[in-house]
Design a protein around this ligand. Structure first.
Ligand code: GLA
Length: 383
């Protein structure tokens, strides 16, 4: 991102000099749909981020400009509400959450730009929310702990974007560190950084460039199915609050007889939580072959059991599964489009991208984008 250009754009839009903040998108190495089940996830922040340039105003007004949409939206602090404009809702949702928590904020101008690909499953929306939360806290002199910033951003997504997401994306966007994955326990919120040492290999994202429209509704439905499964077990074991607390035996006993579909969804989650533990061990000990196998197993589960994949994602994973220079691959994030994440031998990356781009275009008449992942730091101010 060209910061000078961003600053100049702000000045020509709003006539004053801004302060600039950024918050990154994320990848996830393993642990999908486990966060809202109190399980483990293993995300990392990437070096692609959302940038917000901000100045405070002397009135109650909020003036927003999005470079990607060349669109301006206005609002008033005391009457903040959801709008018809999706990109603005992520920002206004954060304002609303700050107010709900009794934080005092002034009116402000905000110009938003960034290089996180949109709709690619790299959590551009979490990056917008976290950049906004971080910027508004900073500009208004509010001392808000990092964890609360992530929670504010997550609540904004729940209430203004309508997706009942877990905490992974916002957590990674705030707490990310260059060259580190984060092993996060979403029940206790304890976390540890694990160095991303991939010796001779890289993480490569293959972007399907599709985002199927059922993504948000299916996400919320999966979450409800998990909640239902927990309730059936909890009726017999009151200490159970999440699928994290549930065993496969309990699923067999209390969920399977009631609803096979819900059973299958819950079983995936319980097994996936266990896989993240194993994945963390594999990464720590440098056993990338094992990590790769876990990724393929996760993909199979997400596709066939949790049913959140799509034909484009399945195609990309299937095509690399026989290649000896790809150790592992799977769909990443909520599903129904976005990217696959692949562990690829460095010397083979170029060839892989070339071959798959061709195959993908032939099959779907659509362009494949590829990114070699570089990690980065979490939310911060620039200047
Ligand atoms: C989306 C959500 C996350 C997480 C993933 C699936 O990215 O925002 O909270 O649930 O899907 O792992």
């Amino acid at each position: 991102m060209d910061i000078t250009q961003l600053k100049n754009n702000f000045i020509s839009t709003f006539g004053v000099v801004p302060t600039i903040f950024k918050s990154p998108g994320r990848i996830n190495i393993l642990g999908e749909h486990t966060d809202y089940n109190g399980g483990f996830v293993m995300p990392a922040a990437i070096n692609k981020a959302v940038y917000v340039a901000v100045s405070l105003r002397n009135d109650e007004e909020v003036h927003l400009y999005a470079a990607s949409y060349q669109e301006k939206i206005m609002a008033t602090i005391s009457t903040i509400k959801k709008t018809e404009t999706n990109w603005a809702n992520y920002i206004l949702g954060v304002v609303d959450e700050l107010l709900k928590r009794n934080y005092q904020i002034s009116g402000f101008n905000l110009y938003i730009d960034g290089d996180v690909p949109l709709g690619a499953g790299l959590s551009s929306s979490a990056a917008v929310e976290c950049a906004t939360a971080y910027a508004l806290a900073n500009m208004n002199g509010l001392t808000i702990p990092q964890m609360e910033l992530a929670l504010i951003a997550q609540s904004a997504e729940h209430h203004f974007a309508g997706v009942k997401c877990g905490i992974m994306d916002q957590f990674a966007s705030v707490f990310g560190k260059k060259n580190e994955a984060i092993m996060l326990d979403c029940r206790s919120m304890d976390y540890q950084y694990i160095p991303l040492n991939l010796e001779g290999y890289s993480l490569v994202l293959l972007n399907t460039n599709v985002k199927h429209s059922l993504a948000d509704s299916a996400y919320n439905k999966r979450r409800e199915q998990c909640t239902q499964g927990v309730a059936w077990v909890k009726a017999h074991h009151p200490s159970v609050n999440y699928l994290r607390d549930v065993t496969e035996e309990q699923l067999n006993e209390y969920v399977k007889p009631k609803d096979l579909d819900i059973y299958q969804k819950c079983l995936f989650v319980v097994q996936e939580i266990d896989r993240v533990r194993k994945a963390a061990e594999s990464l720590k000990s440098g056993n990338l072959e094992e990590l790769g196998k876990l990724m393929f197993t996760t993909h199979h589960g997400l596709s066939k059991n949790y049913e959140v994949s799509c034909k484009e994602l399945d195609f990309l994973v299937e095509k690399v599964s026989a290649l000896e220079y790809v150790l592992g691959a799977r769909m990443m994030g909520g599903g129904f489009g976005g990217c696959t994440i692949n562990i690829v031998k460095n010397e083979a990356i170029e060839q892989l991208i070339e071959e798959l781009s061709k195959l993908y275009a032939e099959e779907f008449d659509r362009k494949l984008d590829a990114y070699v992942v570089e990690t980065g730091d979490g939310a911060q101010s620039i200047n």
